[in-house]
Design a protein around this ligand. Structure first.
Ligand code: UD1
Length: 370
């Protein structure tokens, strides 16, 4: 029997951990899963609603760290997670993604000699100004077992000198959640709720510090949105960090003045999936949404200068447009006029069975392969 602590901290973690915990519960003779929530995200809309939508069991332990500077948040997770690991003595700790909770918990474990597995390993934007890139690089260096979503991730890890014996190409675990929940999500009346039933619309998310913390970058994006919204209504569920910076940067009136840019509170997993799967176009600076739109075959414009998920550009529907308004507008208009990038083919192993492959690997892992 393997006792595994599954760590969740922030919104993009929940849809990755839920299918893994569910798969562990289907193998009760082999796995005893525990869930630890660091509390990096704590609002009902950013956390609780995801537990409900994804049927993720209530956390066994909640560390309640909340928001603060990167150093203070990472340190608070470490301080509060260490006694949990000492108490529970797990066989494995499983961390996902690239948020501060991921590196914090991995670092605690490696110092205690407890085995760590990193799900979604090997992704690289090669942009070290992104806090997530630092979290990815460091977590992959110290974790015992690295679960990658695509071949490019394996190549990145090998190029960094990580032994092949630590790497397992298992596919994209977020797609397990997407496949399981798509039908339920589509049956919801979310579009009606926002007056979008039978209407073509775009869906927008923005929360990267590089886009929303600086007035100049945010304004450039708003310039583009103004032109696009005149042709296609845009629904914009606003991340709490973005809501705060809109107010702090004095941009509230500008945002409100854009006709057909409809700002709403952050949405739960099923509502967002409903809206994404029916959208004509998605504009985002998120990582996971680039992958979900590729899996759904929905055109995606990534409002960043780079992506750690190049497979969504090579095979999928993603175009990395950056933040130049002219380029954003031109690419959006092309998509609206029917020349959106089409899905070439679904990336290999994005098949809904990634969590089963992760469990198989945990069961058979031999430490000497390190
Ligand atoms: C974090 C992740 C990012 C991920 C994003 C998804 C890191 C470094 N960043 O960024 O990779 O894409 O989550 O959402 O880990 N806030 C609330 N309520 C909440 C959570 C946050 O109001 O439940 C506000 C707080 O004002 C906080 C700010 O949002 O200061 C930023 O939150 P934080 O967790 O530090 O980073 P995110 O920008 O959410």
């Amino acid at each position: 029997m393997l006792k595994v602590i599954n760590v969740v901290g922030a919104r993009p973690n929940f849809m990755k951990v839920a299918p893994i915990v569910a798969a562990m519960k289907r193998r009760p003779a082999k796995f005893l899963p525990l869930v630890v929530h660091t509390g990096q995200h704590y609002d009902s809309a950013m956390s609780d609603s995801f537990f409900r939508d994804l049927e993720l069991p209530e956390p066994d332990t909640h560390l309640g760290v909340g928001s603060s500077s990167h150093a203070a948040q990472t340190a608070a997770v470490m301080e509060r997670f260490e006694p949990v690991v000492l108490r529970e003595k797990p066989d494995w700790v499983l961390v996902v993604g690239d948020v501060n909770s991921t590196i914090a918990c991995a670092l605690v474990c490696v110092k205690l000699g407890v085995k760590v597995a990193h799900v979604e390993a090997g992704l690289r934007s090669r942009d070290r100004t992104m806090p997530e890139e630092i979290n990815r690089l460091l977590t992959d260096q110290i974790a015992d077992l690295l679960f990658t979503p695509s071949q490019d991730a394996d190549e990145n890890l090998l190029a960094e000198g990580i032994p092949r014996g630590r790497i397992r190409l298992v596919g994209n675990v977020m797609i397990d959640s997407l496949q399981k929940n798509l039908q339920t999500a589509r049956a919801r009346n979310t579009r009606e709720q926002f007056g979008l039933s039978g209407v073509k619309y775009a869906l927008l998310t923005l929360h990267r510090p590089s886009n929303v913390d600086l007035r100049e970058s945010f304004e450039r994006i708003l310039d583009a949105l103004e032109v696009i919204a005149a042709k296609l209504p845009i629904l914009f569920p606003v991340h709490p960090r973005t809501r705060k910076t809109i107010a702090e940067l004095g941009l509230s009136a500008r945002v409100e003045s854009i006709r057909d840019l409809l700002t709403v509170d952050p949405l739960g997993y099923l509502s967002f999936l409903n809206l994404m799967s029916n959208a004509s176009l998605v504009l985002t600076d998120s990582g996971g949404i680039q992958e979900e739109t590729t899996a759904l075959g929905i055109p995606c414009l990534t409002l960043r200068e780079n992506t750690e998920r190049p497979i969504t550009v090579e095979m999928g529907t993603n175009v990395v447009v950056g933040t130049d308004p002219t380029k954003i507008i031109a690419t959006a208009m092309a998509a609206m006029n029917g020349s959106a990038k089409k899905l070439q083919y679904r990336p290999p192993l994005w098949d809904g069975k990634t969590s089963e492959r992760i469990l198989d690997a945990l069961e058979t892992f031999v430490p000497s392969s390190r």
